[in-house]
Design a protein around this ligand. Structure first.
Ligand code: NAP
Length: 246
């Protein structure tokens, strides 16, 4: 069976390894190709967008894809939507793995947000906002001259930080709870801004904020497009088995 696995997450890597061990499956892992020097963790990998729904449709047809497994990030809604539409059109079975969202725990000071702008009324003069939700988030606060933004990035952006009220912090995960606590204390962070990505890989910042009593703006996930959605990787394996290929 020819499987197209849409990757870009830690779990995609685990799943690719598992599926590759099954001789019934020929797996191609697809990556957006946005990260500099991406790790090649699978024999069969392709990099770069497909060119929207039309490009994805062509790709699926030309490569005789029998099933599509979407293991992209919960906030990667464009590719997930395109995959849903095109698979429905071509009648190709599709499954979406989505890790469980984080849930507020005791001592957490969370503010749930539909959009970054919703945080603005809660900010005070000279607050330091640590942006762990991506570069695009920073733009929402560019006119808030009375606060300071620290925007963490994995790769150094080509241009300097575009607004007068902040800077980039270049740093590569994984991060420990201890290092996150030390960082937040050093930088005198009052607010942490995150996407509700879920999973344990990037949870250290939330635990650090809980321990330090730092307020957290938690961006809600985009709306679901429906279809077969699972939150355990083993369920993807079961679903593939259920397709009945020998
Ligand atoms: P997106 O908005 O859904 O995707 C933007 C475009 O990138 C898509 O329309 C598609 O281009 C291309 N693309 C995305 N994932 C792809 C894949 N696996 N294979 C081939 N093309 C892909 O997603 P995004 O938020 O930009 O994220 C891009 C990638 O980074 C995703 O794979 C995602 O899992 C990963 N990621 C995202 C986040 C996040 O917070 N958004 C965090 C960590 C990792 P075409 O339309 O040309 O096909």
């Amino acid at each position: 069976m020819n499987i197209l696995l849409l990757g870009g997450t830690f779990e995609a890597r685990i799943l690719a390894k598992q599926l590759e061990n099954n001789p019934k499956y020929l797996v191609t892992v697809s990556m957006a190709g946005v990260t500099k020097a991406p790790i090649k963790y699978s024999e069969n990998m392709r990099f770069g967008g497909f060119g929207g729904q039309k490009g994805l449709k062509n790709y699926l047809k030309i490569n005789n894809i029998d099933a599509l497994v979407d293991v992209t990030h919960p906030f990667a809604s464009n590719i997930t939507y395109n995959a849903k539409v095109v698979c429905e059109e071509l009648n190709i079975p599709r499954i979406l793995y989505e890790r469980k969202a984080w849930i507020e725990e005791e001592n957490d000071k969370w503010l749930r947000l539909d959009c970054e702008y919703d945080l603005i009324p809660h900010l005070n003069n000279r607050d330091v906002v640590f942006i762990a939700s991506g570069r695009q988030s920073a733009a929402h606060f560019k006119d808030q001259k009375n606060i300071f933004l620290i925007c963490r990035q994995i790769d150094k952006p080509q241009n300097p930080f575009p607004y007068g009220n902040g800077r980039y912090l270049i740093s590569r995960p994984p991060f420990s709870v201890e290092s996150e606590m030390q960082l937040f204390e050093e930088l005198k962070v009052n607010w942490l801004l995150v996407k509700n990505s879920g999973g344990s890989q990037s949870e250290a910042k939330l635990i650090a904020a809980r321990k330090l009593g730092i307020s957290v703006g938690v961006l809600n996930r985009p709306k679901s497009f429906g279809g077969t959605i699972v939150s355990e990787l083993s369920e993807v394996g079961n679903w593939l088995e259920g397709l009945g290929y020998e």
